[in-house]
Write a protein that binds this ligand. Structure first.
Ligand code: FES
Length: 211
């Protein structure tokens, strides 16, 4: 007999070792998330997937499912907290959806729509983040980075190239290119790399292709 827990009152079966997010997805329940990708080990950084497990806040992408857990996800309280996280992500970078090549195909934008985010609420940081256009085929626009580390994980675990890394701590954390010059042109990144396919926002873009 399979083991089960509940999400918002619905009984969810799970297999040993599955996380709450994995079991929920398998059962057709959507839990908002940004840094999770089914092909990669969880990173647990964006916290969009936070649910309440037996009354306590937990990231569902890193919390193992366990028999009898009572999980809340789609509640007004949790969705309001997710909206606040989104608002912080929007003001911390430079996200100008109307002029972004990824508009309409962006997980940050889609999640903001999904959760009914109507305004950024907080003051914008407007950080200075120059783009890297050094590579002949690929553009890097750091202004849109949400530090999900998906490109880091893809380049390391699939492409085996270690092209990207996160550097710094806290508010100073940033995406960097692993080259002495710091320029993408000085890496062996290629158009077929998995790292190019997993960016949920508009940071890693093929040149001469838009909208
Ligand atoms: Fe779980 Fe980002 S998806 S913390």
């Amino acid at each position: 007999m399979s083991q089960t827990f509940t999400i918002d009152g619905r009984v969810i079966p799970f297999a040993e070792g599955q996380t709450i997010l994995q079991a929920a997805s398998a059962a057709g329940i959507f839990i908002p998330h940004l840094c999770h990708h089914p092909d990669f080990k969880p990173h647990g950084s964006c916290k969009l997937c936070t649910v309440k497990v037996n009354g306590r806040h937990m990231a569902s992408c890193t919390t193992q499912a366990a028999r009898g857990q009572v999980v809340e996800s789609n509640t007004d309280e949790l969705n309001a907290e997710r909206r606040t996280l989104l608002q912080m992500l929007f003001v911390e970078g430079n996200h100008f959806c109307p002029s972004c090549e990824k508009s309409g195909d962006c997980k940050l934008q889609a999640t903001a729509y999904e959760l009914g985010m109507m305004s950024p609420h907080f003051d914008h940081f407007y950080p200075s983040r120059p783009v890297d256009a050094s590579h002949p085929e690929i553009l890097l626009d750091f202004n849109r980075c949400i530090l999900c580390s998906l490109c880091v994980r893809a380049s390391r675990d699939v492409d085996r190239k270690y092209v990207f890394a996160l550097s710094g701590r806290g508010i100073g954390t940033k995406l960097v290119v692993n080259a002495e010059s710091g320029r993408l042109a000085d890496t062996d990144v290629g158009l077929e790399d998995k790292a190019l396919q997993v960016c949920p926002v508009g940071v890693i873009l093929r040149k001469r292709r838009g909208f």
